[in-house]
Design a protein. Structure first.
Length: 93
């Protein structure tokens, strides 16, 4: 995952740097003093689609999904959804 630093994308693991494009600068969300951006391109998306999930933001039916173990091992996984229409991301426990 790349993070913005001094006008460039920087990988925290290997240190690789890329210039931030002008249109990407508009998308960076400020959280306090830290800036984060998650870019997911639909044509590069390789996740299954839940055709029954409804987006809480735009009401679209259909969302990409993936699961992750976010709590203790004896608890169920958390399912993350990404709307196929607007790209809104939400989760269900």
């Amino acid at each position: 995952m790349m993070f913005p630093k001094n006008g460039k994308w920087v990988c925290r693991k290997c240190g690789h740097e890329m210039d931030i494009k002008q249109e990407e600068k508009k998308s960076i969300i400020e959280k306090g003093k830290k800036k984060e951006l998650i870019v997911v391109k639909k044509d590069e998306m390789n996740l299954p689609i839940d055709k029954n999930a409804q987006c809480p933001k735009c009401g679209n039916i259909g969302a990409y999904w993936e699961t992750a173990q976010t709590r203790a091992a004896d608890e169920p996984e958390t399912r993350f959804y990404i709307c196929t229409k607007c790209g809104y991301r939400w989760r269900e426990y």
